[in-house]
Design a protein around this ligand. Sequence first.
Ligand SMILES: Nc1nc2c(c(=O)[nH]1)N(C=O)[C@@H](CNc1ccc(C(=O)N[C@@H](CCC(=O)O)C(=O)O)cc1)CN2
Ligand SMILES: Nc1nc2c(ncn2[C@@H]2O[C@H](COP(=O)(O)OP(=O)(O)OP(=O)(O)O)[C@@H](O)[C@H]2O)c(=O)[nH]1
Ligand SMILES: [Mg+2]
Length: 463
Amino acid sequence: MTTTTEFDTIAAISTPPGEGGIAIIRVSGDEVFDVVEPLFRGKDLRQVAANTINYGHIIDPDNQNEVVDEVMVSVYRAPHTYTREDVVEINCHGGLLSTNRILQLTLSHGARMAEPGEFTKRAFLNGRLDLTQAESVMDLIRAKTDRSMKVALNQLDGNLSHLIRNLRQDILDVLAQVEVNIDYPEYDDAEVMTTKLLMEKAQEVKGQITQLLATAKEGKILRDGLATAIVGRPNVGKSSLLNHLLHEDKAIVTDVPGTTRDSIEEYVNVKNVPLKLVDTAGIRETADKVEKIGVDRAKKAIQTADLILMVLNASEPLSAEDQELLEATKGSQRIVILNKTDLPIQLDMAQLTKLVPDAKIIQTAVTADQGLDELETTISNMFFNEGIDRNNSVMVTNSRQIGLLHQANDALDDVMSGIAAGMPVDLVQIDMTRTWSLLGEITGDSYQDELIDQLFSQFCLGK
Ligand SMILES: Nc1nc2c(c(=O)[nH]1)N(C=O)[C@@H](CNc1ccc(C(=O)N[C@@H](CCC(=O)O)C(=O)O)cc1)CN2
Ligand SMILES: Nc1nc2c(ncn2[C@@H]2O[C@H](COP(=O)(O)OP(=O)(O)OP(=O)(O)O)[C@@H](O)[C@H]2O)c(=O)[nH]1
Ligand SMILES: [Mg+2]
């Protein structure tokens, strides 16, 4: 079944803004040929075969057919296209000016400027993609590591959708069975049979949802990177640590305390854990206006980080500021890094272990390249130790999907507690049906227009 919904014809530049070798203007909708035909000098695009690319020129019919650019034009025919509508892509020379001029020409000849994500939204509304697949398109574009790209590609293939659809079908089957038992009770214990059926199915589905949710933590880290703040008082070696983890001299390092004045953010892969590393200003009391703002940002980073690398200077005794910071980071996931161990050690280890009895303490000498491997292994073990099958790439990474899975889980809890409390079957049925529709929201089998608009508006223009 390939009925498409009727929409107006949209156009956008689908390549990144700025100068490039080639730029693509994508046009989609029932009227693409009416739009492009008067602008194109070359073969008759209505007559060329589908999936062909055709040489010619874009001309300006409102300006004595002035040649605007030399182009290649791809023609795709509905329904075998990205949007399931007729699609024409104009490949022009990638200058800002000619690209925009061609876009303007399509707009003045009947196309409308596409909204962000509108091509993919049409693919969804026309049934070529479901919602998890559409979301994976964006994840693919934003992927920062090989692993997160693999997860997104897997989702684009429809593996998560498949799993969710199967769960929904199972629920539907059991609901149908329940309906039959209620309408035609063959036995006196029909009610007992029915609740048993519901209970078993609820447990089974809950088991699968729990498994999916177990992938969520890892999945989200893979997608967004683990927010990791490097904190400590001035001059302990925070920026040196950032640079070593990045293998690049990104942050300025000097022996002057207070060198880093604003937070620096960088993505890096540490033994397969994608980190969003934040190097912060050394935390201390300061009268300097600019430094003060940096210190406030550093304090904020402590609040929002998933992981804190708390750096201490081993060549000095533990200061009051160190102790305050150890206190402030107590509730967070953290690693205490004892840096500058290449110098004579002044810090009282016994005092430190007493202060932070349960913290992981790692000794490093960043500038001498010591202890970093142990640090990287520790980070990796902290986040990949839950026995998740790495080759099973069906994961949920998206907070919308995760939220709905939690809600479906809660609805299943209601099913089970309802049965346990001896609630009438028709009430239990309501909670089971709710589970079914919550799962449907994940794939977009049931959806609200506002939600769809909001979701696609986060996409890139031209996608
Ligand atoms: N030039 C260009 N490159 C691109 C895209 C595009 O739209 N244009 N894509 C998009 O951003 C991605 C490719 N994704 C695509 C996915 C489906 C179809 C498509 O036409 N599907 C049809 C027919 C497939 C077939 O011939 O077998 C279908 O599913 O019915 C096209 C592109 C990446 N590269
Ligand atoms: N001996 C020794 N010196 C180090 C080590 N790590 C960093 N340093 C030096 O310590 C000084 C301060 O390093 P930074 O990385 O700028 O310290 P920071 O914590 O970022 O300092 P602020 O930005 O001022 O908060 C520099 O001179 C570094 O070369 C180490 O392991 N051993
Ligand atoms: Mg610094």
